[in-house]
Design a protein around this ligand. Sequence first.
Ligand SMILES: [Cu+2]
Length: 166
Amino acid sequence: MRATYPIRFKHRRTAVASWAVCLLLLFAGRVNAGADNVVQVSDAWVRETVPGQSIGAAYMRIRSTQRVELVRVQSDVARSAEIHQMSMENGLMKMRELKSVGIDAGREVALEPGGIHVMLVDMKGPLRPGEEVTLKLHFRRLDGSAFAMTVRAPVKSLAAEAAHEH
Ligand SMILES: [Cu+2]
């Protein structure tokens, strides 16, 4: 009699686990979640580049359940990646590097053309539509602890964003 309890319990746990895996698979294409769902990244994409182009740009929406800072980005398609912000100053589009991007609890920050973006520096080769780029995002919590998450970002064509040249 005693043995039946652990077995039943185990069975139930397995059912819950596979249900969770199904949900993960359902949303895998749209949302990437990291560090126990603290941070969710959606709509990640990278701009198409042409041969010889040494810099590229990545965009995404980042949502967090607690205050975090995006402090560093890495990608295998570029030697380095920087966080930049574009802004209009006296009628001129200016770009500056940010040390971090803060995301408040329950809020979403959009990295988008004309605003904050990830600049891929020293690209190893051209990126064509249909390809996917892996981005590793490094975050820091208020208490100083760090975590990272990996995001897959599809490459989108220049035509869709022709208005913004970098
Ligand atoms: Cu930039």
